[in-house]
Write a protein that binds this ligand. Structure first.
Ligand SMILES: [Zn+2]
Length: 343
C-alpha cells in the first residue's frame, strides 16, 4: 500500500511522481492541532499536538482519516512540536522520546492503511463506500514527517518572529535538530516536512543535515511570512528559497502558516529563484497569541474565500496546496472540489 520507497533510496522525483499521478496539483491536509481540540483533546501544553502522542493517539489517527476522506494526498504527522528535548523535559527517557517520534509517523501510516482498506472494502474500480454512504476514492497518499522549528520547541511564539537571539549559531541549530531528523528519516515516512521555518539560518541547518550521508529521505521546506515579502525574521524569502533550491534532497519548497492574502506575492518571489514544485499551505488568516496560547481576532477568511484563492495560486505555480492552523477537513474538501472542477 502507499507510495513508500524501499530502504535507503532517496527519491528526488517523489513529488514529481505524485503530481503526475494526480494529474497536476496534489492536495495536502489541513490543521491538526485545532482539529484535535475539536475532537476533545486538551492541548494547553508546551508539547501542543505532540501531547496527544502520549495521551490519545486514536484522536490523531481519526483526524488523519478525516483528511484522507476529504481527499488529501499528503498527510503530515503529529511531530511538529515533538522533540527529544521536549519529551526529556517531561521526564521521558531518550529511548521513549525517540519511540514517540516514530509513533507519530506510524499513526499516519496506519491511517493510510485503514483508508486504503476502506476503499477496497466494498467497491470495485478503486472506490469504496463509507459507512455514511460517501464514496471513497483510491488516491495516492504520501506521509510527511513534520519537523517544527527551534522556535516551536521553545513554545514562546518565536517561530513567528524568527528571533533566536544573538548567540544562536548554525551549529547549535544543527545539534538541536540532528537526532530528530535522523529518527524521522528512519520512521517509514515518505518525506520530511520542515515547517514554519522563520529564518535563513534554520533553513541552512536543515539543508546541511539533509545532505548528510545517513539521511535517506527527501524533504520539503516551508517558510512563514507576515508581510508577503520576507520570512517572519525579516530575512529575504528569495534567499531562503534559494537554500532549498540548492539542496539536492529538497523536493519542494514554499510557504505554510501564513495568511492567505500574502500568498500571491510570495509565490511570485519563490518562483523567481526555484524550479522545484511549490508547496502552499496557509493558515486561516487568524493570528496566534503565544502568551494566551490561543488564536485571536477572528479576522480570518471563510473556507469559501480561502478556496477562491486556490486556482490563482495554482496558475502562479503552486503544485501542492493545503491548509495549516485553523483550516479543517471542510477546507480541504473544498480545495479538492475546486481543483477537480478546473481539470
Ligand atoms: Zn500553522
Amino acid at each position: 500500500m502507499g507510495m513508500g520507497l524501499g530502504d535507503g533510496e532517496v527519491s528526488s522525483t517523489l513529488i514529481l511522481d505524485l503530481l503526475r499521478e494526480v494529474g497536476g496539483v496534489a492536495v495536502i491536509d489541513g490543521g491538526l492541532a485545532t482539529e484535535l481540540e475539536r475532537h476533545g483533546a486538551d492541548l494547553n501544553d508546551p508539547l501542543w499536538s505532540a501531547k496527544c502522542l502520549l495521551t490519545s493517539p486514536h484522536l490523531i489517527r481519526d483526524v488523519h482519516l478525516d483528511y484522507l476522506e476529504a481527499g488529501a494526498n499528503v498527510i503530515i504527522s503529529a511531530s511538529y512540536q515533538a522533540t527529544i528535548q521536549g519529551f526529556e523535559a517531561k521526564g521521558l527517557s531518550r529511548e521513549e522520546s525517540e519511540a514517540l517520534l516514530k509513533k507519530s509517523v506510524e499513526i499516519a501510516c496506519e491511517a493510510r492503511d485503514i483508508y486504503y482498506k476502506r476503499c477496497n472494502g466494498t467497491g470495485s474500480d478503486g472506490t469504496g463506500i463509507h459507512r455514511d454512504g460517501r464514496i471513497l476514492k483510491h488516491h495516492p497518499i504520501l506521509v510527511a514527517a513534520a519537523v517544527g522549528s527551534y522556535g516551536a520547541y521553545l513554545a514562546d511564539g518565536s517561530e513567528y518572529s524568527g528571533d533566536y537571539g544573538e548567540g544562536m549559531t548554525l551549529e547549535n541549530l544543527k545539534d538541536f535538530h540532528r537526532r530528530r531528523v535522523q529518527v524521522l528519516a528512519e520512521s517509514g515516512a515518505d518525506l520530511i516536512a520542515f515547517e514554519t521555518i522563520p529564518n535563513k539560518l534554520e533553513a541552512q541547518a536543515y539543508a546541511e543535515l539533509l545532505e548528510a550521508e545517513d539521511i535517506n529521505i527527501p524533504a520539503w521546506f516551508a517558510f512563514n511570512s507576515k508581510d508577503g515579502v520576507n520570512v517572519v525574521s525579516g530575512d529575504s524569502l528569495r534567499d531562503c528559497v534559494a537554500i532549498a533550491e540548492s539542496c539536492r534532497k529538497a523536493v519542494a519548497v514554499g510557504i505554510n502558516c501564513t495568511p492567505p492574502r500574502f500568498i500571491h506575492d510570495l509565490i511570485l518571489s519563490a518562483t523567481e529563484v526555484t524550479s522545484k514544485p511549490i508547496v502552499i499551505y496557509p493558515n486561516s488568516g487568524e493570528s496566534y497569541d503565544p502568551d494566551q496560547k490561543q488564536w485571536v481576532q477572528n479576522t480570518g477568511v471563510s473556507d469559501e474565500d480561502f478556496v477562491s484563492y486556490v486556482s490563482k495560486w495554482c496558475e502562479l505555480g503552486a503544485s501542492l496546496v493545503g491548509g495549516c492552523c485553523r483550516t479543517t477537513p471542510k477546507t480541504i474538501s473544498a480545495i479538492c472540489r475546486t481543483l477537480s472542477n478546473k481539470s
